[in-house]
Unconditional design. Structure first.
Ligand SMILES: [Zn+2]
Ligand SMILES: [Zn+2]
Length: 82
């Protein structure tokens, strides 16, 4: 799954800027569910860390020990636990 898609209704997820946890959070306005965006390394499938610098976003894989281009990162959306 590489789209901003609700796992419940397959509707489009909308960026939710009001999340309190400071995580990347997306919301389905149909189901009223929120999802955390998780980034995974395209090479080894480890979870990559988001790094924000100078307005640019990149991802660091601790397993490969290198930065990964955002365009190659695999994103998954994890439903927020109620
Ligand atoms: Zn939905
Ligand atoms: Zn990796």
């Amino acid at each position: 799954m590489n789209k901003n898609e609700c796992s419940c209704c397959e509707g489009e997820l909308v960026w939710n800027s009001n999340n309190k946890a400071g995580k990347d959070s997306y919301q389905c306005q149909v189901c009223n569910l929120t999802f955390n965006q998780l980034a995974f390394c395209p090479d080894c499938k480890w979870q990559a860390e988001k790094i924000q610098a100078c307005g640019a976003v990149s991802y660091f894989c601790p397993n490969c020990n290198e930065l990964k281009s955002k365009s190659r990162i695999t994103f998954q959306y994890q439903k927020n636990g109620a």
